[in-house]
Design a protein around this ligand. Structure first.
Ligand SMILES: NC(=O)c1ccc[n+]([C@@H]2O[C@H](COP(=O)([O-])OP(=O)(O)OC[C@H]3O[C@@H](n4cnc5c(N)ncnc54)[C@H](OP(=O)(O)O)[C@@H]3O)[C@@H](O)[C@H]2O)c1
Length: 272
């Protein structure tokens, strides 16, 4: 299976569908889950310093035998590590745990007002030094990004935010499109909270797919890089088996109306 990719604003390719790795109940679930994802054709892995699993991700990649250059690795800078020296140290520690010299994408995990410009400048340096192939922001909404852009020399390549029909804000996607920033959505499955939504169940039946596959497909059809996560082999396969159907424009529009601000993480609109 070949997963389609998107070209970022600096010309590098990123798969449109990958796997998350956040907080499985037990840390020993991470490595097999990433191995199964790679086996299912996944070539994009989303991790973060704060998930405490960068070593397990690295081990899964090593044991898969897939060349490093075929895999797109994202990691993120944790809040307490923002600021000039701390960011550099945290980045070095992430690379060391991942066992790599260059990461594909380095993201600022959450906006922290007092470090906004300083942290981004360090990411720019990491990028121009060739130690990250792309840099970007996570949980930053347009107001935060606009502030960064007033001093930025490099436009973020990616903006990662929570994305499902239930947290869908078209203005956030439009903003990224206008700025030539690729959107990436996390928690596309709303951690299972909406699996019994009758509207979603009806659509899943119509397409002969699961509600989980419908949510992943909806996100992909918005052109958003999507990173569902499971620690179960069958579910991982199911989540990658979404390339053989298309949600009609009418049903996309219907799903766009499911918004009820259900989120698994904080709403960036409430962050200064
Ligand atoms: N930037 C950020 O601040 C941020 C925040 C949150 C998440 N993320 C990233 O986004 C990734 C995805 O988000 P997430 O892990 O929070 O939530 P998610 O992908 O929306 O949902 C994961 C949950 O759904 C279940 N699940 C997955 N596939 C399923 C299927 N086919 N059938 C039934 N249940 C299924 C999983 O259970 P099982 O594992 O038991 O199958 C797990 O409990 C994270 O892993 C992380 O990498 C980033």
């Amino acid at each position: 299976m070949v997963i389609p990719s998107t070209t970022l604003n600096n010309g590098i390719e990123m798969p449109l569908l990958g796997t998350g790795s956040y907080a499985p109940r037990q840390s020993d679930e991470v490595q097999p889950a990433i191995e199964w994802a790679l086996e299912a054709g996944c070539r994009l892995i989303d991790t973060a310093a704060s998930y405490g699993n960068e070593r397990e991700v690295a081990e899964a990649i090593r044991s898969s035998g897939i060349p490093r250059s075929d895999i797109f690795i994202t990691t993120k800078l944790w809040n307490e590590d923002q600021g000039h020296n701390r960011t550099l140290r945290a980045f070095n520690r992430s690379l060391e745990r991942l066992g790599i010299d260059v990461v594909d994408l380095y993201l600022v995990h959450w906006p922290i007002k007092e470090h906004r410009h300083e942290t981004w400048k360090v990411l720019e340096k990491i990028y121009t030094d060739g130690r990250a192939r792309a840099i970007g922001l996570s949980n930053h909404y347009p107001a935060h990004i606009n502030e960064i852009l007033t001093e930025a020399r490099i436009i973020p390549a990616i903006s990662q935010f929570e994305f499902s029909p239930y947290s869908y804000l078209p203005e956030v996607l439009d903003y990224c499109r206008q700025k030539n920033i690729q959107s990436q959505g996390y928690a596309p499955l709303v951690r299972g909270q909406k699996q019994n939504d009758p509207r979603l169940v009806a659509l899943a039946e119509k397409y002969g797919k699961s509600t989980y596959q419908l949510l992943i497909r909806w996100s992909l059809q918005h052109g958003v890089v999507t990173i569902p996560r499971s620690v179960k082999r069958e579910r991982i396969r199911e989540n990658f088996d979404v390339l053989d159907f298309v949600i009609s424009e009418e049903d996309m529009a219907l799903m766009n109306t499911f918004y009820d601000n259900t989120r698994i993480a904080s709403d960036p609109r409430e962050i200064d």
